[in-house]
Ligand binder design. Sequence first.
Ligand SMILES: [Zn+2]
Length: 236
Amino acid sequence: MLTCRISPGAIAVFTDRTGGVSYPPFDSLNLATHVGDAGADVRENRARLAARLRTTPVWMDQVHGAEVRVLATVASETAGECDAVVLAGADGHAPAVLVADCVPLLLADETGATRAAVHVGRAGLLAEIVPRVVERMREMAEGSLRAVAGPHICGGCYEVGASLSERARPFSANCTTRWGTPGIDLVAGIERQLGGVPLRAAGGCTLEEPALFSHRRDGVTGRFAGLVLRDTPRPM
Ligand SMILES: [Zn+2]
């Protein structure tokens, strides 16, 4: 598990494959219900994560779209069908995104009261979900926004067709893979779309690191999570 600070009031957490109960090819901390893993095992994995972080994650039914959901109160463990969830308050909850190559993008304002988890693959990048999230967060943020991009497939590994790479050019996200073919650099595009919100990259490439789930490397596999926790100062 990887943790790093987003802002004075918010902490980013990225899980990895370890610490869960799922069997191969979902071993072991698969947190997704839609990939074919046993439901009871996923529930146990999610419960272990919640207990370890002392928070209640708010999951999404991700569809590679551009729907942004803003919640002031949390009534369910899922925000429904969307690819970005923004919490306003709801301190005991953590917006959560599931990935295995796509970018888990996390944002927060200075106090950590406003926090977001965003699913950014090539579809989300081309659909410009990131500017939509930033716009919604700026309406309610206290102080400036900051962002952290977690482990994802790097531009050097992410080969796509030439026409797709070309479609990423307006966002400066077209690139060349390590073996010289057209690719997409998701984080380069995200940085451009953040429009000045400072971005920090955390963790390595999913395809290159066996400790992370990678859909492109393994096909049927699990998903790891990125979550934003509010970090309230403790009384002295
Ligand atoms: Zn890579």
